[in-house]
Design a protein around this ligand. Structure first.
Ligand SMILES: Cc1cc2nc3c(=O)[nH]c(=O)nc-3n(C[C@H](O)[C@H](O)[C@H](O)COP(=O)(O)OP(=O)(O)OC[C@H]3O[C@@H](n4cnc5c(N)ncnc54)[C@H](O)[C@@H]3O)c2cc1C
Length: 302
């Protein structure tokens, strides 16, 4: 979606929203797949209700883009504008055991910054790319932990009320890669309450998680992490592996030969290739195991 009306462009400037016309989503996503759209970079939280009103009244559909590490975006001209937050400096402020973090902050950098200040708990999130906002929305987690467990309060734009609000942690349900936020809610910042731990101890935990990732994931390749959620009591990767599908490909979209639930862009894969591979693998797992795999990757395909 392109914004060309000069009046809308002028209004965006007044709202401190930077318009980057026709960016490639292939350059913004860890899979390296996706067509083009205008990107709106939001510099002030306060301008969001006005921006949403402007977009709604001009019938401009939008999507929220974090770090693009859990996205499979369609090919060609996309029918949405992308909204992305620009974080303040500093984007993490500590107050005792509380970390006040902007949603645009890099997740890995946040974990490390907290660790250096003797705040732990998030060791498992090291190696999870993307932003804190994306991690909140997805309830990112690994190695037995999830970010939702540490959320004390979230500042968000609530689409239904058309305003910025605060939710306490207990008002939000955080489940396996699922949260109770409404689809159009936008995460703006979060207060995490983290346990005190000596840096050395946290570092040891981080090293163990890094080792596990290096040993099992195709870290040098373009991917979006796990494609499918694990069904209750089972492993999607194990089922795919048991079917001998490691290396199985549609065009340049390929089941990783290191981790069967990671699908990689081994060259110039299109969204069409990746979607065909996902459908093919899902069909084979359904036929062999009677299990319908659910996407963990978020698909934006018109
Ligand atoms: C190599 C690799 C390893 C990974 N390992 C893990 C893992 O161990 N555990 C895990 O949970 N995930 C993992 N992932 C997936 C991914 O990194 C996480 O889901 C991450 O938290 C997504 O954050 P993001 O900022 O990149 O979000 P994006 O990919 O940009 O967006 C994901 C979803 O969040 C929404 N979103 C983003 N920002 C906001 C916002 N501010 N407000 C509202 N909605 C928003 C988007 O609209 C979209 O629906 C991995 C990915 C890769 C590439």
């Amino acid at each position: 979606m392109r914004i060309s009306d000069p009046q809308i462009v002028a209004r965006l400037t007044k709202l401190a929203v930077e318009l980057q016309p026709g960016i490639s989503l292939a350059d913004q996503t860890s899979l390296g797949i996706g067509g083009t759209a205008d990107l709106l970079r939001i510099k002030k939280h306060e301008s969001i209700p006005h921006l949403m009103k402007l977009l709604d009244s001009n019938h401009i559909p939008h999507k929220f883009l974090g770090g693009g590490s859990n996205l499979l975006v369609g090919d060609g001209e996309l029918p949405w504008v992308m909204l992305q937050l620009v974080g303040p400096e500093p984007d993490v402020v500590l107050e005792g055991n509380l970390a006040h973090v902007d949603a645009a902050a890099d997740l890995g950098r946040t974990v490390t910054f907290c660790a250096k200040n003797d705040l732990g708990g998030m060791e498992g999130l090291i190696g999870v790319p993307g932003t804190v906002g994306g991690a909140l929305r997805m309830n990112a987690g690994a190695y037995g932990m999830q970010i939702g467990s540490y959320v004390r309060e979230v500042k968000l734009y609530r689409a239904a009320e058309r305003k910025i609000e605060f939710l306490r942690g207990h008002q939000i349900s955080f489940e396996y890669r699922h949260t109770s936020f409404a689809p159009d809610d936008m995460m703006l910042s979060v207060t995490l309450e983290l346990p005190s731990k000596p840096f050395k101890e946290i570092l040891q935990g981080i090293r163990i998680c890094n080792e596990k990732r290096r040993a099992s994931q195709p870290l040098g390749q373009k991917s979006a992490g796990c494609i499918f959620k694990n069904p209750a009591g089972a492993s999607a990767g194990r089922m795919i592996d048991e079917l001998g599908l490691k290396g199985h490909a549609v065009g340049d979209a390929q089941v990783s030969d290191r981790h069967a639930n990671f699908f990689v862009n081994a060259g110039k894969a299109s969204a069409k290739d990746m979607l065909a591979l996902i459908a093919d693998v899902r069909g084979r797992v359904q036929k062999a195991f009677g299990v319908e795999l659910e996407n963990e990757v978020v698909v934006w395909n018109a």
